[in-house]
Design a protein around this ligand. Structure first.
Ligand SMILES: Cc1cc2nc3c(=O)[nH]c(=O)nc-3n(C[C@H](O)[C@H](O)[C@H](O)COP(=O)(O)OP(=O)(O)OC[C@H]3O[C@@H](n4cnc5c(N)ncnc54)[C@H](O)[C@@H]3O)c2cc1C
Length: 426
């Protein structure tokens, strides 16, 4: 459902304006969706510029279809920044000495390609027309004033400035301020929780990776699995870099409910994988001597009961932060951006109300996104051979992991958007 085919209803109300809080993957996709539908918006981002960390990310087929439906130029920009797949398969390997193939899953032609987060976000940011009038950097949302008798909400920023909008959409990430404001700061759902998994991330030069583990292992997507840990690798940056993510089950509890990163070293990763096979040890050996370790938080233990309240809602990680294990979190935010673009387009043209549109958004997105958060936790247990009845049995593993990925990838988001508009009009 490209934006161009979206039926135009009435004229856009001159007073209608969407406030987007946060300019990560979700916020920028929403901004581009509103832009394509000519809906006035302002994106408020606390950082001084759009930016992402220098690490890899992969977008699954459902995420690609959502990009196209929001605005085909989003997919084109992603594809231009994405790395070609060595093979169109996701392959899981026993990480120990045998390095036996456990299971492989077809990702579709050129599917689930990886890329550098910073390249992709830069490419999307360059699609924002007139950023000087639609984007305000250095704006950290502090609070929202809303009164049901007023058509507007007032946004209060930490620098003392204020702004008004018809609707506020919090795309402000895993530690979302908007979520805290909607649910109450003391609610356990207002905060993400530690999954007892943590990770080390690195980009290693491809020539060194090829020298260490060979072209085949370095040139395409692999995951090496074992007891209480896994290592996922895929090429990024026009085959100049190998993206490495090593995930460990936390036995010592170094992270608590507030700590998300801490100092780490190559030596501790080498120690953790000392008993593993040559590929994993070869790759870990290429990681930098000093690096951060990242605690993995999600929203499974205390999910937000709803993603909306009045004229405000949350989207992307702000609503349903999930671990990285199904490579699905970013794609869920893009699907949210699609349905919100369609709903805001309808409301701005006089169909339904903001409140109803956000109720509908919650209704069509809640079950799918919560299921992904839950499945992601389970996937990591499978990767770490912590599911007793599956263990390291490749056939049992494949039977369980394959539908988990396919459920994410094969979702009919065109129907989602159509259902949402029908519910709004009904
Ligand atoms: C190790 C790892 C690997 C992953 N790999 C994948 C993958 O391969 N594929 C995939 O689809 N997903 C992946 N994910 C998940 C994905 O990274 C996230 O789902 C995605 O980045 C969330 O985007 P977002 O825009 O919702 O939030 P964020 O990226 O967190 O963006 C939030 C933005 O809001 C801004 N902000 C925050 N608070 C305020 C405020 N009060 N006022 C104004 N601005 C504010 C922030 O500065 C930021 O720019 C991975 C996650 C991790 C941790």
């Amino acid at each position: 459902m490209p934006a161009a085919t979206n039926p135009n209803r009435g004229d856009i109300s001159p007073d209608f304006r969407v406030a987007i809080i946060g300019g990560g993957i979700t916020g920028i996709n929403l901004a581009l969706g509103l832009q394509a539908r000519k809906i006035p918006f302002t994106l408020y981002e606390r950082a001084p510029a759009f930016g992402e960390i220098g690490a890899g990310i992969g977008f699954s087929p459902n995420a690609e279809r959502a990009m196209t439906a929001i605005d085909p130029s989003i997919l084109a920009a992603f594809k231009a920044a994405a790395n070609p797949n060595g093979e169109d398969y996701f392959q899981w390997v026993d990480g120990y000495a045998t390095e036996e193939l456990l299971f492989k899953l077809h990702v579709g032609k050129d599917g689930f390609q990886g890329g550098l987060r910073s390249d992709i976000l830069d490419a999307w940011a360059s699609l924002v027309a007139n950023p000087s009038s639609t984007v305000q950097f250095g704006k950290t949302l502090a609070s929202i004033d809303s009164d049901s008798s007023s058509p507007n909400v007032t946004l209060n920023f930490t620098d003392g400035s204020t702004a008004t909008a018809s609707v506020v959409i919090g795309c402000d990430g895993i530690r979302s301020r908007v979520r805290q404001l909607l649910l109450g700061e003391s609610s356990p759902s207002a905060h993400p929780h530690y999954t007892s998994k943590f990770c080390y991330r690195a980009l290693v030069p491809m020539d060194r990776a090829v020298a260490a583990v060979g072209q085949y292992k370095a040139g395409t997507r692999f995951m090496h699995n074992g007891h209480d840990a896994h290592v996922i690798t895929y090429p990024v940056g026009n085959n100049k870099l190998l993206n490495v993510l090593a995930v460990l089950s936390d036995k010592e509890g170094w992270a608590d409910k507030t700590k998300t990163t801490g100092p780490g070293s190559k030596q501790e990763v080498l120690d953790a994988f000392a008993e593993w096979g040559p590929t994993v040890r070869g790759i870990v050996n290429l990681m930098p001597d000093q690096m951060d370790k990242w605690a993995i938080f999600d929203m499974l233990d205390h999910p937000a009961e709803k993603y909306n309240k009045g004229k405000a809602c949350i989207a992307g990680d702000a609503a349903h932060a999930t671990g990285p294990h199904l490579g699905a979190g970013g794609g869920m935010g893009i699907e949210d951006a699609l349905v919100l673009s369609e709903l805001m387009n309808a409301v701005a043209r006089g169909v339904g109300s903001v409140e109803k549109a956000l109720e509908v958004y919650n209704e069509v997105r809640y079950a799918r996104t919560q299921a992904v958060v839950e499945a992601t936790r389970r996937a990591c247990l499978l990767f770490h051979w912590q599911v007793e009845e599956v263990g390291n049995d490749g056939s049992k593993f494949g039977k369980e992991i394959s539908p988990m990925f396919l459920k994410v990838w094969e979702y009919d988001q065109e129907k989602m958007a159509e259902d949402a508009l029908a519910k709004l009009e009904g």
